[in-house]
Write a new protein. Structure first.
Length: 79
């Protein structure tokens, strides 16, 4: 099974998340990419999941925290 945590492909949102991560983990700057790179990777992951025969659940994690995500995952795993 695959649980894919997707983020709205808005470049400003990715930029904000990257800035937050760099504030929390300054060493992340050594591997950080541009927001466009992360959006492109997400698109590749979405295609790989669509092509997979494995059962998958895609969650929108654009707005965190989201306490509803745990119940969605639990419900899906119990199907």
């Amino acid at each position: 099974r695959i649980i894919f945590c997707r983020v709205n492909p808005d470049e400003a949102l990715f930029q904000q998340r990257l800035a937050d991560r760099l504030r929390l983990y300054p060493h992340y700057q050594h591997i950080a990419k541009s927001p466009a790179d992360y959006i492109q990777l997400q698109s590749i992951y979405e295609q790989l999941i669509a092509d997979s025969r494995l059962p998958s659940l895609t969650l929108d994690t654009s707005h965190l925290p989201n306490t509803n995500l745990v119940s969605q995952i639990t419900s899906w795993l119990n199907e």
